[in-house]
Each structure stands twice: as structure tokens, then as C-alpha cells.
Ligand binder design. Structure first.
Ligand code: ATP
Length: 637
């Protein structure tokens, strides 16, 4: 590609990535290579010592146009030819101070050190966020305040604390301590009431509130101390932090229905259940793969295994490849967030979990790991998990000698890789990992979902197996009784809606009647069209939430605003989001997977306000719980 694009590292002091061949001796390597020298620290050094760099006074992104980075020597030298473009790696606001460091690096010319970036008008500030604020690089927090004010007026303090944590993480407020000062009273009301009789001091109540906000933040991978809400450092006792994951796992409520499942399992499921539990209690390590087409009761079996073990006080960790599948499993999380599996395997191949963390303690104590939709995971993710368990358990046995149950269906979607061919997708899946051959395979074949419709279940299976006949255009012909014939757009759509949602009036008073039905379509544009038509037909008052799109460089705002408003990138709501009370909606962000709010969670709008949407979780362990959702500020590049 011309010109070449230089990817420029952004890391906090001492937090740079280090990569090395695992066969090398680490101490020799440390002697040979000075890992403290990175693109960024050397950029600082050049600004201190190099005349040309001092004269140019470059922004970090422009530096690569004048200097070449030689990775082997870990230094910048003057560039003689070739035009290049420098690009700072993307950092999300949810990454905290690293995001503000990137913001500073995009605006401050020729910085000479991290401390130099922290120093504004001769005064050294405590964080990169404070420095960015002092330099006027951050917006004011007025809309965040408006959101909290509105929510404080009509909701419980516990929900308000969750909203506060979400806003801290996703909206990057410029001055979190000011927000805390303004809303501390509302955030503390329930604790204050409860503590009147217990004669707790104001400081103790404050600590409890901060602890609760921190709990939500930790589920989202952050810590409250990063936001400097109060002057003193917020620390919780070592015991509290070391046991938090184990405590939270042990607090998962086992439902009586799940406990009864073991008596309802069919013969295949019972065989799997007995075999897996036998292995767990024999303390031998083994990995299993439950292979069953959709509807054969894989989830049913997982729920039974989880309930049996958890009810006996054992730890069983449930994860899935996607957020939606994770939200169906009690205590389920996505495998990526649970085990800190890297998203970008080019940059890093190992899970970002330290042996001293509370998560590592949980993993060591865990009796059974369950991973649903493993057929959709890239093989590297499962290999990284295998390495993590080996590392934590200090053994070379597969999966660290633990019992691990994977499940999935290779007839359903394989790993998602943009532009990949069918062969490449198969190559990227677990089927092509050496771990696959070590797994004990268990097959489930009886379709329990379509038990009353064996013809449909046969048809589905034939499509999945690739045995349904195809025509000359490589298409499968659907049986006529499954098809609504196309006459014209309006008439056919009316028939489709009337068939799928026969009574919209009823749904507006009882949305659970509606939520188990849906219209699936392969294209996003059709989703938008259908949503537009459906919301108009649904009874009730229409509320419209409009996004405010901004260009990174404010000079281009006028030129690009209309264009940005017209874009509908995946993972973001439309520019005009139209909603009505009791209307179903789907969450597009992993707001708090530990509490059932992840990408794909289905919700029901309960109250619609100017800045906040109060929605109820419609499925899974957290069904019926309501939460606030703000109009988040989302930075996407
Ligand atoms: N042994 C059983 N007895 C009664 N109902 C069952 C049994 N096994 C499964 N079911 C029911 O069949 C339906 C499908 O089961 P489940 O969702 O567990 O299948 P699955 O294999 O996980 O499907 P998918 O791959 O589509 O997620 C569910 O409604 C479940 O409650």
C-alpha cells in the first residue's frame, strides 16, 4: 500500500507490550534487549536530544514522516526517502487514562516525557485525564449531569449507581469528581436510610456507595480509583479484592427448575451428564465436545450440570462465544471478557490475566468450565484459554488438567472473519486445532425443540448437513407452506407482519407475548426498513432519540455532519432511534455482561425520558430486572 501506514504504539508508563519467542531464556533476553525503549519512549527521547526533532516540533502522528523506526535496534533514525502516514493505534474511552494519553499525544507537539505531557502551565497534574481537561481537550459534562438528574428523579439509588458506573466508563466525563460531588446524596439514599439504625458514620456510608459503584465497574473491567472521585485513594481490603470473583460466582442463585432438569434429561443427555460429572468427581482432567444440531438440548444439559455442581457448593464457570448465548446461561459471560482473551491475535496471543488476580483464584478453584458456541470461536481463542489454564495450574496437561465442556454445532455459523472464504472459515475453527483431537466427542441427535414438528426438524437438519437438494443457482427451495408469496412490497410485508405478530394491541400491554417472535432478515438495511414500519404500527406515543455525530477534527464538522448522520455502522443505533413504551429492543454494547447486559441482550422499553431509557431485561437469568440506559457518547473510528 502506498503510502505505507505506520501504526504508532500508545501505552501508559511501564505498560508496553513485550513480545518474545517462548523458547528464549527470559533473563538472557532481558539482558540483551532493553524493553523500556518503545516507539513512544524513543519519540520522547528524540524530542529531548535530536536537533531535527526539536526543530520540527512534530505531533506523534507526524513523526514517522521524518524518522524511521527500526524494531531490532529499538530506535528512530532520520528518514531519507519513502512517504509514510503515521497512525496512533485506536484506544477506546473505556480504557481510561490510556485514552487521555492518546488524546494528549494527538494535540501536544514534541513532548519530551510522560511527565511533560502531564505538565500544563508549569503545574504537574495527577492524571492524563486532568491534563487533557486543563488543556480544554474534553467537552463539558452537562449532558451527563442532565442524564443523572433525570434518572435520580424516578429511580432507585442502586440503579442510579449502575448508571453512574456506565457513564464513567462509556461517556468519559471530563470531571468525574464534580459529578460525584453533585450526585453523592442521590447515590447514597438507600444506604443512608438503612444505616440510620446501625449508626454508621458518613465515611462508612460513602465507602459502601463507592464499593457498590466499584463492583459494577469491575464487572466492566475497570477500577474506581481510575476516576479519582474522591480525594483519598479508594482501596478495598486485600481479602475483599482477592475473593471478589469467587464470592460473586458463589452468589449465583441456582433456580429450582434447573435443579429438576437432571430428572428430565433424555437418554443421550443423561449419558453426557453422567459421564461429565463422573469425570469431575474423579478429579481427572478431560475436555469434551457436545456436538448437537440446534434444539437438541445442549443448553438444557449445561443448565443441569451447572445447577448440580453449584448447588453442592462447587464452582462451575459458564462462558459462550457470543454475548447472547452467554446471557442465557446462569452466570454466563463471554469467553473473551471472562478469560481476558485478546481480540487481536496479531498483537498478542495470550490472555491478559495475572496469576495474582482474583480471577486466577477463581479459575484455580473451578471444577468445571462450560463454553457454549465453541464452534463459532476462532481456534486461537480456545488455544489461548488452554495456555492460560496450563499456566495457572502449572502443568503441561491439556487445559491444565481441568474438566472443560465445549459445545456447539458446526452446521451453525463458524467464526466470523470479514471477507474469508468457506475454507478459510473452516481452517480458522476449532476443527483445525490440535486440541480438537484431544476432546471426547458426545453427540446429541434428538431435536427437543421441534419435537412436535418432526418434519420441520428433519428439514432443518438436512439444510445444516448440506443434504437438502439445491437447484442450478445453488439455492435451496423452501416448501411452499413456509413461504409468503411476493406480490408487492406492501402487501407481502403486511402478510408477514400479520402472520408473525397477529395482535399488536395485545403486545403493547403484554410485550412478553411479542418477544418470543421475530422477523429475521439477512441484510441490515432490511432491518432498518422493517423496524421503521413496525414502530409506526405499534400502539403508543413515539419518542425519538437523535445522535449527535462529531468529527474528530472540529474544522470538518460542517462538511461531514450530514454524511455522518446518514451512516449506520454496525454496532451503533441509527441516527434517529424511535421507541415506544413496551416496545422490544436489543442492546448493542457489552454494558455489563456480568449482570446480563451485553451485546444482543433483548430488552423491553418501560419508561422513556428525555435523556434516559428505562428498560427491562426480557430473557435469561436477569429477566425482569430494569436498568437505565443513557444516550451514551460513543467514539468509533
Ligand atoms: N430432555 C428435555 N425435556 C424437555 N425439554 C427439553 C429437553 N431437552 C431440551 N428441551 C427443550 O428443548 C428446547 C431446545 O433446547 P436447547 O435450547 O437446550 O437446545 P440447544 O441445543 O441449546 O439449541 P441451540 O443450538 O439452538 O441453542 C428448549 O425449549 C428446552 O427447554
Amino acid at each position: 500500500m502506498t503510502p505505507a501506514v505506520y501504526s504508532l504504539q500508545v501505552h501508559l508508563p511501564g505498560h508496553q507490550y513485550v513480545s518474545f519467542n517462548q523458547d528464549f531464556d527470559l533473563s538472557q533476553l532481558l539482558e540483551k534487549i532493553d524493553f523500556s525503549k518503545t516507539m513512544l519512549t524513543e519519540f520522547f527521547r528524540m524530542n529531548r536530544v535530536n536537533n531535527k526533532a526539536q526543530n520540527l516540533r512534530c505531533l506523534y502522528k507526524d513523526f514517522a514522516q521524518h524518522f524511521v523506526w527500526t524494531p531490532a535496534k529499538r530506535k528512530w533514525t532520520e528518514r531519507s526517502k519513502q512517504k509514510v502516514i503515521g497512525r496512533l493505534v485506536t484506544v477506546k474511552p473505556s480504557e481510561g487514562d490510556r485514552y487521555y494519553l492518546r488524546l494528549l499525544l494527538s494535540h501536544v507537539r514534541a513532548p519530551t516525557s510522560f511527565d511533560d505531557l502531564l505538565t500544563v502551565n508549569g503545574c504537574k497534574l495527577a492524571s492524563f485525564r486532568a491534563a487533557a481537561l486543563e488543556l480544554g481537550l474534553l467537552d463539558s459534562d452537562s449532558y451527563i449531569e442532565a442524564t443523572l438528574e433525570e434518572a435520580a428523579g424516578f429511580q432507585m439509588p442502586s440503579s442510579l449507581r449502575f448508571l453512574f458506573a456506565t457513564l464513567l466508563l462509556h461517556c468519559a466525563p471530563a470531571n468525574p469528581s464534580l459529578l460525584w460531588e453533585k450526585f453523592e446524596v442521590e447515590l447514597s439514599r438507600d444506604f443512608e436510610r438503612a444505616q440510620v439504625q446501625a449508626h454508621c458514620s458518613a465515611a462508612e456510608i460513602r465507602r459502601k456507595v463507592l464499593f457498590d459503584i466499584n463492583r459494577s465497574l469491575q464487572h466492566m473491567g475497570r477500577h474506581i480509583s481510575e476516576y479519582r472521585l474522591v480525594a483519598d485513594d479508594v482501596t478495598f481490603s486485600c481479602h475483599e479484592s482477592m475473593t471478589k470473583e469467587v464470592d460473586s460466582e458463589k452468589s449465583i442463585v441456582v433456580s429450582p427448575e434447573d435443579l429438576l432438569i437432571s430428572s428430565k434429561l433424555n437418554a443421550e443427555q443423561k449419558h453426557a451428564y453422567d459421564l461429565i460429572l463422573q469425570t469431575v468427581f474423579s478429579s481427572k482432567g478431560q475436555s469434551f465436545f457436545i456436538d448437537g444440531p440446534g434444539g437438541t438440548g445442549k443448553t438444557f444439559l449445561y443448565r443441569s450440570l451447572l445447577a448440580t455442581l453449584r448447588s453442592q457448593g462447587y464452582i462451575a464457570i459458564a462462558v459462550a462465544t457470543s454475548g447472547v448465548a452467554a446471557s442465557i446461561l446462569p452466570g454466563g459471560r463471554t469467553a473473551h471478557s471472562r478469560f481476558k482473551i485478546p481480540l487481536d491475535f496479531f498483537r498478542n496471543k495470550t490472555c491478559q490475566l495475572s496469576k495474582q488476580s482474583s480471577m486466577a483464584h477463581l479459575i484455580i478453584q473451578c471444577k468445571l468450565f462450560l463454553w457454549d458456541e465453541a464452534s463459532m470461536a476462532k481456534k486461537e481463542t480456545i488455544e489461548a484459554f488452554d495456555e492460560l489454564l496450563k499456566d495457572l495450574m502449572e502443568t503441561a496437561d491439556p487445559f491444565g488438567g481441568k474438566v472443560v465442556v465445549f459445545g456447539g454445532d458446526f452446521r451453525q455459523p463458524l467464526p466470523v472473519i470479514q471477507g474469508a472464504t468457506k475454507d478459510q472459515l473452516i481452517q480458522a475453527s476449532l476443527l483445525h486445532s490440535s486440541l480438537w483431537y484431544k476432546m471426547h466427542k458426545i453427540k446429541l441427535t434428538q431435536n427437543m425443540r421441534a419435537v412436535l414438528d418432526p418434519a420441520f426438524s428433519q428439514f432443518l437438519l438436512a439444510v445444516g448437513e448440506g443434504s437438502e437438494p439445491i437447484d442450478a443457482d445453488n439455492q435451496i427451495c423452501l416448501p411452499s407452506h413456509m413461504v409468503i408469496p411476493f406480490h408487492n412490497m406492501k402487501e407481502s410485508f403486511d402478510r408477514l407482519v400479520a402472520y408473525t405478530f397477529p395482535d399488536l394491541k395485545l403486545y403493547s400491554s403484554d410485550p412478553y407475548e411479542m418477544i418470543s417472535r421475530c422477523i429475521l432478515t439477512p441484510k441490515n438495511t432490511s432491518v432498518e426498513d422493517i423496524n421503521d414500519m413496525m414502530i409506526q404500527r405499534f400502539p403508543g406515543q413515539l419518542f425519538t432519540y437523535t445522535s449527535s455525530d462529531q468529527t474528530v477534527d472540529q474544522r470538518f464538522q460542517a462538511d461531514y455532519e450530514d454524511f455522518l448522520n446518514s451512516q449506520n455502522p454496525k454496532g451503533l443505533p441509527p441516527h434517529k432511534l424511535m421507541l415506544k413504551e413496551n416496545y422490544p429492543l436489543i442492546l448493542l454494547r457489552n454494558l455489563n455482561p456480568a449482570e446480563g447486559l451485553c451485546n444482543g441482550t433483548r430488552l423491553i422499553c418501560r419508561q422513556l425520558k428525555r435523556h434516559t431509557i428505562c428498560a427491562e431485561i426480557a430473557f435469561g437469568q436477569y429477566k425482569g430486572e430494569t436498568d437505565f440506559h443513557s444516550q451514551n457518547s460513543i467514539v468509533d473510528t
